[in-house]
Design a protein around this ligand. Structure first.
Ligand code: ZN
Length: 712
């Protein structure tokens, strides 16, 4: 195959999505790996000067090419999964992991960086370049560069196996999510579920040549069923399916589901998957193995626990410090969570005839309580947030704050529903671009995220403009109407856009600390969570709402109710996040997987400490906790709360100066967004806020100040 015939090897511009085929992957990966290895040979020769231009820069260029090509593959694996692509991904991923692991353990490179650090040229580097060199040296140590040969080989094996396990973990989750289906042929069994959700469910059944409705565990179906279905048995079945995915309990969930269909439909509509298939999706052994490998890797590096390793490049100092932070917040939130739980139970007993609120009743009863108390539903609110109006409002906000312009443009994409936008600054100069992939698809991983397609940097031919992927899983438009977003969806969109702006509005010209690169993990959520605050500002919301049928803007009275409802159950919600964060930190700190206790037992300990109610015994939450087993949040889940403190405190300056104040916006852009990882996050924070961070704003925003009195 000719080099330039392979679209993955074309670095002249945006990825050529329409042309990338699974068969391009192996040749591109092999070619780039061979090129990079040859270059590294050159760079590590004694006669190659340990300078930025002759050593660090060419290495960065080569790694960027590999990162870009593999980035396209990883992106497609996440948004356009297919069996051949999955095969090619799996086949090539170990080569990529091996390369990065070898790079991180290449002592000759390590020596060059150390020579660069110690040499006379170091003081002439830019601040960004100095930080890149320091980060490289730190990362070399953390990836085993100083290990003895035998340990080094073992360390590499651990990295490779861990990557495979993470991939399998996600695939088991996706496969089991797709496998669990509830077919309903009796409309009465679906009472309460919103029409738009049922329309999608009906179309899905029809596509399979079936009568009735197909309910699935993907969030756009699962969540409304749990919130609105009056049929308690249906909620229980869906809940049971969801919380036993990828576990040994999943088979019983199918059995219960079959029985539910027999009773509801007269006869089950489809046989459950074969027991061997269900067993093959079990993530339990993977979890045990992942934890064992992480601990082994930490010991090899000379640390007592994986949590300590995880914190080295982060803002937080020690696991104990993080546990103190979380436990302190848990203590403050617990009385509010207990109040929320007592209120929910009292309401469910009095108004819904539920003597005991079970796990599958929580969302349903909460939605009814919210409606009773605030007299509006997510469905009502959703009618005011058609996607085009929300997007326009969000764009106008950031245009005002940061002095930029956003305009749609043409580009090759991976799906017809994906859109592409350019950002220009006040002078009309291109700042960056982003893809927006808004809707849920069977081929797309769940959740919402921002990822880099291209990162800002200076090249010999000028400044390379950054490009981002913004991916969400909103319900697609149905019935010829625009897609309608819940207020939660709007928050998600703002959140991911916040990450996008961090990546896109950077002024840094050195790749390693440009945009979100080099930003400490526990600070990287600051710009994203910061953006969410604007979804609670009337002056912003009124410009991005219009009823889908009448065009009327959101009424102030409804907005005020939403605002009043904002902290509805904030105690319970805070405690749930703290439960996940404490579970994650303890699992990687003082939990010994070889000591006979299971992660599930540890989770139960944590729940006894912070949760307001225990879920059913079959709940296998850890088996789908992909953040820590298949994502980058291991011993790092606390970072959401950590960054919430920073983001709430940053936003409070806008509360003081005016939320649409361009001067404060400019300061946020310059001191936080523009600097990326070129300096420690705490310095950026101080430069913007003028003082140390304080948790006061977060507690105030969450309604957790003063005594937890019952609301009127
Ligand atoms: Zn985020």
């Amino acid at each position: 195959m000719l080099m330039d015939a392979n679209p993955l090897l074309d670095f002249s511009g945006l990825p050529r999505f329409a042309e990338v085929k699974p068969e391009h992957i192996a040749p591109a990966v092999d070619q780039l790996l061979a090129d990079n290895r040859a270059l590294i040979e050159e760079l590590t020769r004694p006669e190659t000067p340990a300078t930025w231009d002759e050593f660090a820069q060419p290495l960065e260029d080569a790694n960027e090419r590999l990162g870009r090509a593999w980035g396209v593959v990883g992106h497609l694996h996440a948004v356009l999964d297919s069996p051949p692509l999955r095969e090619a991904y799996k086949e090539n991923q170990p080569k990529i992991v091996q390369y990065w692991t070898a790079l991180g353990q290449n002592l000759a490179l390590f020596e060059k960086y150390k020579a660069l650090r110690a040499g006379p040229a170091f003081e002439h580097l830019t601040g960004a370049q100095c930080r890149i060199v320091d980060n490289e040296i730190r990362d070399f140590r953390l990836s085993g560069a100083e290990l003895a040969p035998a340990e080094k080989a073992r360390f590499a094996e651990i990295q490779e196996e861990s990557a495979k396990l993470a991939t399998s973990f996600s695939e088991n989750m996706l496969d089991s999510t797709n496998a669990f289906v509830v077919y309903v042929t009796d409309r009465k069994a679906l009472t309460g579920i919103p029409d738009d959700v049922l329309e999608v469910a009906r179309a899905a059944a029809e596509k399979e040549g079936r009568a009735g409705w197909k309910l699935v565990l993907h969030i756009p179906c699962y969540l409304p069923v749990m919130q609105y279905a009056e049929n308690r048995g249906l909620r229980e079945i869906m809940y049971r399916g969801s919380v036993t995915r990828a576990s040994g309990e999943f088979a019983q969930a199918f059995a219960a589901e079959n029985e539910f269909e027999r009773v509801t439909n007269g006869t089950p509509q489809a046989a459950p998957p074969a027991p061997e298939a269900i067993a093959a999706w079990d993530d339990t052994p993977l979890i045990e193995r992942i934890l064992g490998l992480r601990q082994e890797a930490a010991r090899l590096l000379g640390y007592a626990s994986f949590a300590e390793v995880s914190l080295v490049p982060k803002m937080a100092e020690t696991p104990r410090h993080v546990l103190d932070f979380l436990e302190d917040l848990a203590r403050k939130a617990k009385p509010y969570g207990e109040r929320d739980w007592a209120e929910l139970n009292a309401f469910a007993a009095a108004e819904l005839g539920l003597a005991q609120v079970e796990a599958w009743d929580v969302a349903f009863a909460s939605e009814r309580l919210r409606q009773a108390r605030y007299a509006f539903s997510d469905q009502e609110v959703k009618q005011y947030f058609p996607e085009p109006k929300v997007l326009a409002g969000m764009f106008r906000l950031v245009e005002t704050l940061y002095g930029i312009r956003i305009e749609e443009a043409a580009a090759e994409t991976w799906d017809p529903t994906v859109r592409f936008f350019n950002i220009t600054d006040g002078g009309g100069e291109l700042v960056g671009s982003f893809y927006l992939d808004p809707y849920a698809r069977e081929t797309k991983r769940g959740g919402a995220w921002m990822d880099e397609a291209l990162t800002r940097r200076r090249t010999p031919s000028g400044v390379q403009r950054p490009v981002a992927y913004l991916v969400c899983n909103f319900s697609a438009p149905v019935g010829g109407k625009p897609a309608l977003l819940t207020h939660d969806d709007v928050l998600t969109l703002f959140h991911e856009f916040g990450h996008g702006l961090h990546h896109l509005l950077t002024k840094v010209e050195s790749l390693g600390v440009s945009g979100i690169r080099g930003v400490e993990w526990d600070a990287v959520e600051l710009p994203s969570q910061f953006m969410e605050n604007f979804c609670w500002e009337w002056d912003v919301v009124r410009h991005m709402s219009a009823h889908v049928d009448s065009g009327a803007p959101l009424a102030r009275v409804l907005f005020d109710k939403m605002l009043a409802a904002k902290n509805f159950q904030s105690g319970m919600q805070t405690l749930r996040q703290l439960e996940y964060a404490l579970f994650d930190m303890r699992l990687h700190f003082d939990f010994d997987p070889a000591a006979g206790r299971t992660p599930l037992e540890l989770l139960e300990d944590v729940r006894r400490e912070v949760a307001v109610a225990m879920p059913p015994a079959y709940n296998r939450f850890p088996n789908t906790f992909s953040h820590i087993f298949a994502g980058g949040y291991s011993a790092g889940y606390y970072s959401y709360k950590w960054a919430e403190v920073l983001s709430a405190d940053a936003y409070s300056l806008f509360e003081e100066k005016g939320v649409l104040d361009p001067a404060t916006g400019a300061r946020f852009r310059d001191e936080i967004l523009a600097v990326g990882g070129s300096r420690p996050a705490i310095e950026s924070f101080r430069a913007f806020r003028g003082r140390e961070p304080s948790p006061e704003a977060l507690l105030r925003h969450s309604g957790m100040t003063g005594a937890p009195a019952a609301p009127a």
